[in-house]
Design a protein around this ligand. Sequence first.
Ligand code: ADP
Length: 611
Amino acid sequence: MRSIARIMRATGSLWPFYLGILICSVLTAVGSLATPFVLKFATDAVVAALNGHGESTVRIIFTFAGLYLVMQLFSTFISNYGGYLGDIMGQRMRSLLSTRYFHKLLSLPQSYFDTQLTGSVVSRLNRSIAEVTFFIKSMSNNFFSTIITTIAVLIIMFVYYWPLALLLLVIYPTYLWLTGLTSRKWQVWERDKNEHIDLAGGRFNEVISQLRVVKSFGTQARELAAFTRHFTDTVSLTKDQSRHWHRMDNFRRSALNIVFFLMYLLIFWKTLEGDFSLGDMVLMIQLMAMASQPVAMLSWIIDSAQRAIAGSREYFEVMSLPDDPRSGSVVAPTVTGTIDRVSPDGREERAPMSNSSESLPDPVITFEDVAFAYDGEQAVLQDINLAVSRGEKVAFVGESGGGKSTLMSLLQGLYIPTEGRVTVAGFDTSTSTLGQMREAMGMVFQDASLFSGTIAENIAYARPQATREEIVEAAKQANADVFVQQFADGYDSLIGERGLKLSGGQKQRIAVARAILKDAPILILDEATSALDTRSERVVQEALDRLMIGRTSLIIAHRLSTISAVDRIVTLENGRIREVGTPSELATSGGIYSELLELQMSATAADRQRL
Ligand code: ADP
């Protein structure tokens, strides 16, 4: 229950709703308690009229039926208003918790995502937040009024005939205790089930997003079987869970009904003895019905409370992970779940520098005695020392697994070096906010990740305020304008699932246009052309060459032909720098680069011969 209280505290800004719902609950309880009294007085008045004492029966009928109607209408309207407040509060809470969760994910270090299935993160978010909100919403709609009614029932019974109240005071805690016994076991099953559901969700996401691979390997059946297995496991867990729960429920309810049976006996006996009037008996019978309400609700409340507790635990498990200390530029959601345009520490989101190369320090990038291990033990990079001057173009070459991409990840501040220091544009990547550094960097990756949306939106991703002219100009420089113009909707064509199919080279040119528009003084090109055929490669390379003019550029390349114009080449092997030199120096040095160059030249020659 502590985690639910934590959720309520975390959403304290919703207090006007909590208060409004509480008031509605009290009024609903008053309305529903008044009804049994109306019926009691009506019965007594009818009996009196039948015995010839009192007013005419017609008047009695109209008076009490009218009162009954008024009380019922009053309860209905108030409880519906409470329901309305509850719905809005639920949705606000959901939006607040989801926004904070998303904000948290955006602020976590990259290493968190190395160990998580994306789909699991999403599945967990949806489930835990939905369950917490559902519980709090339904609790506030039903729970308060039931508690108030129950207390009132106990007091009235105590005043009329105390043993009735005493019996209720015995059975309520017993019932609660018996339910509590079941609930701990129930939670373990629930957690196991959720694990399976999250794993299935994670795999589902992966498979659907890489459906081509699955289809090309013909592994649909295997994937489907693995997915189904998770759900079969949840079914067998549910069997155990539900069997246990319902068996215990039989037991609990039997105990309850025996006590209720005794209470009814007492009521009828007291009426026959003449201690209760007929009206009193009607009142008691009505109160008995009310007394069973909290019990009927209890299993439901406990069931959804358990889900909500499990959900809120999972929620806080993620929420209490330490932020990447450098994620200061991720804007924080406000208490209402909307987004402020300022960062959490109050600073305005501003570009820390102009995008011109002149404002950069020289050297622009430094690696000083850098070592790095993803797991903290197995070094992937060691003794890296390198300084890149302003405007210089440096290519990284080496066998796959040598550490080239890791080096770029360090440069982007995705990971913090285990030893040594990396600086970019004068910022130490270990301590500076990521926004500060990335403002200075443009990137083009091998796999041009475009978002759903229009081509224009994708080009303007880093600068949403860019004008259409700027977007078109960037596309022209990226050799993209011609093919974009050929689409019926031009720059407004939708990319994505239901939209346009773009070829690898086209996507890549959009990514280049994006980098051109960002106009950052530092560029990182991570095997930007390696997945393309020779023709597209040439067009993209041309665009990249144009993009690199005047910018400090770091390039990872497989095809050495694409980097003949760079200033320096750095070769990496097993995480260490082996050679540094100009292309012509290294070509004749007999080292790794010259070997690779020879290999590629002979491969190209063989290709030519085959043609
Ligand atoms: P390259 O780009 O030169 O092919 P990488 O930098 O991708 O090399 O990989 C260097 C080493 O780091 C490899 O042994 C690889 O297995 C390991 N590695 C890469 N990414 C991760 C990761 N996210 N977690 C753990 N190890 C990784």
